[in-house]
Each structure stands twice: as structure tokens, then as C-alpha cells.
Write a protein that binds this ligand. Sequence first.
Ligand code: MN
Length: 239
Amino acid sequence: MPQTASPALIDDLVAANHILVNEGVLDGFGHISVRHDQQPDRFLIARSMAPGLVTAEDIVVCDLDGNVHDAQGRKTYVERFIHSEIYRARPDVKAVIHSHSPAVIPFGVTGARLRPICHMSGFLGAQVPVFEIRRMAGEATDLLIRNQALGKALAADLGQSAVALMRGHGNVVVGVSIQQVVFRAIYTEGNARLQSEAMRMGEINFLTPEEAKAASDMNDEHLGRPWEVWKKRAQQNGL
Ligand code: MN
């Protein structure tokens, strides 16, 4: 008998949808999921809809083959395989965001690599991998992760990283909780903006991998602080 996910987890997932829209990470597209707290081989995600409008009633349960288990027969996003294959490959991952986060796009299509420019984005590590869909699927795709094979290839390129860019498309961010993954997605966008700016001024003095690790560990202690502000700001904006 399938077990129901905790209502608090669903509430956080709904809040995360709204926060990510309000902070400019998601728009009408993109999605966040969380691993089911009672059934680790399933995850929770909104049905196929704009993230800014998601309510608790819109959350469906999906398995790691990408099948939705929903009494009402509702569907979720075409790119659900991003989530399912990362949960399969990374038992440590409890939450996943796929977005078209705008400032990040230039780093997937040029030789410039996204790297941590400040302590808030230490989770980026040494540098961020870039997934090239052409390597798997040729030169005529619509760039979407439409099946398990593409999801597996993306998960392989992500490896043990927190973030992977998807060339000409967007990025995927993973974390051990909803709060952590939201923090990471927002600061990935912020790092991309700052790095683009700094690149115009000259050579960049990036964090060392050790600084990045230490800063990331430090920030993980304080994830609740920005979360409350982001949540309130989204509510104030009617989300
Ligand atoms: Mn997409």
C-alpha cells in the first residue's frame, strides 16, 4: 500500500515552487521535485503546469522509471527523467531543480566555465560540468531530456557535483533538502551574474576548492534564514 508523504514536505515543495519563480530562477517553465519521505524510490513533483500557480493539490507521485502514480491520471513534466535518473544515480540527493535560469545560459554555450566567485556559491566546487546533448542524441533534438537514456547521461555528467549546466537549455541543481536545493539554485543564478560582470573587468580570483568546501559547509548551517525571507517575499508578491 503506498504511503502518503508528509504534509509538511508537500507544503515546502509548494513554497519552493513559488520562491523560485519570485527569485527569477523559474518562470512559466522548469520544475522542482523532492524525494518521497516514505518511499525513497519515488518523488513528489507538480503536475505539468506553471510553477507559480502550484498548490498542494497539484503535487503528484512519480517513480524512478518516470511513471506517475495518480488516481486522477494526471501527467507531470516531459522532462521528469532529469529527476528520476538523478534520484536513481544519487541516493544522497533528496531534492532536484531543473531551470532555465537566465544568467547561467552563457556558461553552457561558451568556453567560460562557471566557478565559485564568492562564498555564497561555494557549493559549485572546483567547476561546474556541462552536459552536451549532441554527444548522446545528435544535432537535431529539441534539447529536452525526453527519455530515460538522456536522463541517465545527464546524471552521469552531473557525477557528484551539486550543479550541471545543460548546453543551450538551462541547468540542474541537486541537494539534500528542499531548503538546500533552493538556496543553491538561487545562488547559482547569482554567481553567474557576478561572474559575467567580473569577467568584463579582468582576470577573476576564484575561490580555491578548499575555500569553496569550507564556505559551503558554513552556509549549510544557515539555510533556514534566507528560506523564511524568500518565502515571505513570494507571499507578499501574491505567490
Ligand atoms: Mn527544460
